[in-house]
Design a protein around this ligand. Sequence first.
Ligand code: UT7
Length: 323
Amino acid sequence: MIRTIIVGSGSYLPSKILTNQELAAMVETSDEWIVQRTGIKERRIAAEGELTSDLATIAAERALADAGYTADDIDLIILATATPDHTFPATAVTVQDRLGMHHGAAFDMQAVCSGFVFALATADCYVRTEQARRVLVIGAETFSRILDWSDRTTCVLFGDGAGAVVVEASEQPGEISDRGILTSHLRSDGRHKEKLYVDGGPSATRTVGHLRMEGREVFKHAVSMIADVIEAAFEATGTGPADIDWFVPHQANKRIIDASAKKLGIPQDKVVITVDRHGNTSAASIPLALDEARREGVIGDGQLVLLEAMGGGFTWGSVLVRM
Ligand code: UT7
């Protein structure tokens, strides 16, 4: 059967580091509070004029180089972002153009923090139905542009960044030992849409708006929603926590990650953590963490990797993939 295998990854972080100490000079907070409640020590902030498409293009170029391909080899670009350069066109077409790719198709995907998981699951559908042979899947965000920098309950949590993977079709035996995406599970429930949202938009206010969140409410739902899609992945594949080599969760809050891993029986030493250095980079967090772990030789070929995300909407999802 056809499986969608990951053949390359890349990422990019803006050079400016914003520390908790610097934030404590801007709003009433402290390094101690932020570290204790979130695990975040610092985050990156895009430079003035540095756009989501700029971050995405560098991550994409690095993923292509890692895979040994050029944009000519790609049929489709799916870019997950909640912070596009403009209301339209899709940031994906800007990236497509910047890569010198003038064939195929490119579109954005909007599932906020779950965006990369939604985009990867979508790429898998295109590949397995033979509508695309090779797809560039990107998560890229400049959340610093939609934060209310006077709101201490949100501005300390997020950061900017981008990550990308190249996936392609591969004929595999159709077993659990196959390389590639073994299963994916996506969910959303719009009843929760006001718990994490941006209070502006072209149709609603004609403005961009700022991120608003009922943090405690999001936290309350996060662990059970994460467990729901991970249990679905285990059930669909007959696997369990003992089979997982690496857990690469969305990096929103170290406490959410720890609680999810504990609930699912995934040991701490199998969990990839970047939230301490990146903060919550929304759709970029998983491909950033995945790329870092691959480049450091932590995640290697043949290993079983569990991806999971939960975010605004609410949206949540999981992908189980053998590298
Ligand atoms: O990507 C997916 C979406 N996002 C998430 O997954 C985030 C989910 N939520 C969270 O991570 C946590 O709820 C937060 C980190 C946002 C907050 O942690 P918490 O333990 O739930 O704290 P809390 O909201 O219950 O606030 C506790 C106290 C409050 O003071 P009072 O009411 O107890 O006097 C807040 O006003 O901490 C206060 N507080 C702060 N204090 C210092 C809130 N933000 C800050 C801050 N610095 N930055």
